[in-house]
Design a protein around this ligand. Structure first.
Ligand code: AHR
Length: 326
């Protein structure tokens, strides 16, 4: 007899004792037939950094390993193109769509159109606005990191290292994206109980190295009193380090740095003492995403949010992690 999770009992129809029914919204999601191989659409947001390249490689490797067909698109940093990419996948009648939504709101039409077309969708790594579309109702599930926790962990390690006192420049990720929103919120939630931890400037560097360099340079010129950098990803961190060094400053001494991801360059910067902490955001989604598709095709009920387990890297464990870095 099938057993049901606690979530499935929420919103039950007719709560007669023992007579559990799957939530109507979940039951109404597009179905996936059980097959040996699937034609999977993977709608990537951009390919301008090592994290995205590692994520794409992980999906391609997993498709090859299983003998599945992968229909891959790269939105090149445009939410509008990503919506068009999903429409093209719908037209090609893929079995299932894996979407890494660039931003929270503009990708809502893509989610709703896939549902209307009867194609199950999983959100990979980034989320959409939860007031407009929900896991287990409009798409099957979100699979990814807890970005809020990442922000809190970065804040916790930084706060301890600086004795609760820092003037912080924050480099945000892409405006309107779930990692930028949640990493900002998580960091702010942690430091609110530490009045000596002050964000003196915060601006988007669009998760990109050169933009991060330019934005940091401008913010640091305006705020030479800064003593720390909190950067939403390693690429912007590496850009900011270049700007610090060009200004004759010593990263790791003049500015203490907290970052997120786990790229090779940032791991080397940890080893070199330039970066204090890198909170991991693991891009290797292939196995988890494809396993989730298989489970859904087998008729299993999935939790609407499947959260990756991530680690925290400092100079103490950076060398051991380096062989895995990307
Ligand atoms: O969505 C995850 C974020 O997107 C990664 O931290 C970043 O490097 C990427 O572009």
């Amino acid at each position: 007899m099938k057993t049901f999770t606690r979530r499935e009992t929420i919103g039950l129809l007719g709560a007669a004792a023992g007579a559990f029914v799957v939530r109507p919204a979940y039951a109404a999601l597009p179905k996936l037939a059980k097959k040996d191989t699937y034609k999977v659409g993977f709608a990537q947001t951009e390919s301008n950094n090592p994290w995205r390249l590692a994520q794409t490689k992980s999906m391609q490797d997993e498709a090859t390993k299983r003998g599945w067909q992968l229909v891959y698109t790269d939105a090149a940093g445009s939410a509008a193109k990503q919506v068009a990419d999903v429409r093209s996948m719908i037209a090609q009648k893929v079995d299932v769509i894996l979407l890494a939504p660039r931003e929270e709101k503009p990708l809502i039409p893509a989610v709703m159109e896939a549902k209307k077309a009867g194609i199950p969708m999983f959100l990979i790594d980034r989320n959409v606005d939860q007031t407009l579309a929900k896991g287990g109702e409009d798409y099957v599930a979100f699979i990814g990191s807890d970005f809020t926790k990442e922000g809190m962990q970065a804040a916790e390690v930084l706060t301890a290292a600086v004795g609760g006192k820092a003037k912080i420049i924050e480099l945000q990720g892409s405006t309107g994206s779930s990692p930028a929103n949640d990493r900002m919120a998580g960091f702010a939630a942690y430091i609110k109980d530490h009045p000596g931890m002050e964000i003196i400037a915060s601006q988007s560097g669009d998760f990109a190295r050169d933009k991060g360099r330019q934005v940091f340079e401008t913010l640091y010129q305006a705020h030479p009193e800064a003593t720390a950098l909190y950067s939403h990803n390693d690429e912007m961190t590496m850009g900011a380090i270049a700007a610090m060094e060009a200004a004759g400053k010593v990263p790791g001494k003049d500015l203490i740095i907290a970052s997120i991801d786990g790229t090779k360059d940032a791991t080397q910067a940890l080893i070199d003492g330039k970066v204090l902490v890198v909170v991991e955001c693991n891009p290797k989604f292939g196995p988890a995403a494809f396993d989730a598709v298989v489970k859904y095709g087998n008729g299993e009920t999935l939790e609407p949010r499947l959260v990756n387990t991530d680690r925290v890297f400092t100079k103490d464990n950076a060398a051991a992690y380096m062989p895995e870095a990307y």
